[in-house]
Design a protein around this ligand. Structure first.
Ligand code: GDD
Ligand code: MN
Length: 358
């Protein structure tokens, strides 16, 4: 029998606390568990209700005086719980407590973290309109694009999950906003990640606290995670390699057309461009994406062709952007070219992290 500590963030959830605790108690009957509510000084008496339940159920309450947000509430909670297994669940019953036993089962079957997921077969969202769906998928796409190690997880935005606490003992958690799972996944150490489907229910009592501010904080959080996980530095390296490619291109063109007298000059330029692509590929492979290479000559050749094709498309994008800005927006061609280079660099980076060094 495993002991489970549940951490539940609350802000003005008065009417949800009692049914929540009752349902958790049922779901985890036969298990040794303890609930810790981390309340950010709710004005509606949430903490008092939670505290009064401690006669009957294994409930603790931590009240923080200045509201500091959902994700940081979980981090504060983590410092206070002692079980080897920790579960995080919202208080508003949108996360069905009955799933706790399935999450526990996933851990028993060898997972180090089990995520309640809306985006694996069997999962979903109740009563969401198109806009909410698109926003949710958009947020996931941003994480998948910019934080490559989240790509294997279908619902990295989930706020409902269970994990072995040893996975975060060395992690320096410092999240912003709502997405505590993203922080834990990226900075923690979990060999096996499992996703268990669930339906995100509509809220019946109280109100959601999610607003534009949290959405802006999400972007800041992704940026901060890019910085802390080294992904930002990877992008800088990629840009540095790209810059070196300009030097290689110019130098080779001078060698071929200037010293060697090769004509037509277009042929010389095409050859020098390919030289730069080869040099960029080699540098990126040993410098930028060293940790993301699969071994073997065949795999390397494979990466090389992919890199070539993506960069070729990148040239098309650069020229296209220049043409649009120059012909239709009246921008100076040199400035338009710079914007084109920026867009193509982003394209090259995202596609190459997605396809070449996956
Ligand atoms: N301590 C504390 N401090 N708790 C908070 C705060 C806060 O500032 N803001 C919200 N909470 C609590 C709420 O009381 C609720 O228990 C839980 O955090 C989720 O807040 P909601 O406002 O209901 O968020 P949501 O339903 O839009 O989104 C939730 O579910 C998504 C799907 O799983 C969040 O958990 C998201 O992270 C998650 O993606
Ligand atoms: Mn909610």
């Amino acid at each position: 029998m495993s002991k489970v500590s549940l951490i539940i963030p609350t802000y003005n959830e008065r009417d949800n606390i009692t049914p929540l605790v009752e349902r958790i108690h049922k779901a985890l009957s036969g298990n040794d568990y303890r609930i810790l509510f981390v309340d950010d000084n709710s004005k509606d008496g949430t903490a008092e209700i939670a505290g009064s339940l401690s006669n009957k159920y294994p409930v603790d309450v931590l009240v923080r005086k200045d509201k500091r947000g959902l994700a940081s509430a979980i981090v504060d909670g983590l410092e206070r719980v002692d079980a080897d297994i920790v579960a995080v669940i919202d208080a508003d019953l949108q996360h069905p407590p009955e799933l706790l036993s399935s999450l526990l089962e996933a851990l028993d079957n060898g997972a180090d973290i089990a995520i309640a997921s809306r985006y694996v077969p069997g999962g979903g969202c109740e009563g969401w309109n198109h806009i909410r769906r698109i926003m949710s998928k958009g947020a996931i796409l941003i994480a998948h694009l910019l934080l490559p190690s989240t790509r294997s997880v279908k619902d990295p935005m989930s706020g409902y999950f269970m994990f072995r606490k040893r996975g975060v003992t060395d992690a320096k958690l410092n999240p912003l906003g709502y997405k505590i799972l993203l922080e834990i996944l990226l900075l923690g150490n979990f060999d096996k990640v499992a996703e268990v489907p669930y339906i995100f229910r509509t809220r019946t009592k109280g109100e959601s606290k999610l607003n534009t501010r949290q959405q802006v904080e999400y972007l800041k959080h992704v940026y901060s995670l890019m910085r802390r996980t080294g992904e930002l530095w990877r992008f800088v390296k990629f840009c540095m390699v790209g810059g070196s490619g300009v030097g290689v291109d110019e130098g080779m063109l001078y060698l071929l057309a200037g010293i060697g007298g090769l004509r037509p000059v277009e042929l010389a330029s095409a050859l020098s461009a390919e030289t730069a692509i080869i040099s960029n590929f080699t540098l990126n492979d040993i410098f930028t994406f060293r940790d993301r290479r699969s071994p073997g000559v065949k795999a390397k050749l494979n990466r090389f062709w992919k890199f070539n094709l993506i960069c070729l498309a990148g040239v098309g994008i650069k020229v296209g952007v220049l043409s649009l800005l120059y012909n239709f927006a009246g921008m100076h061609y040199l400035l338009a070219n710079l914007v084109g280079i920026a867009v193509a660099t982003l394209w090259n980076y995202l596609l190459n992290t997605w396809v070449t060094w996956r």
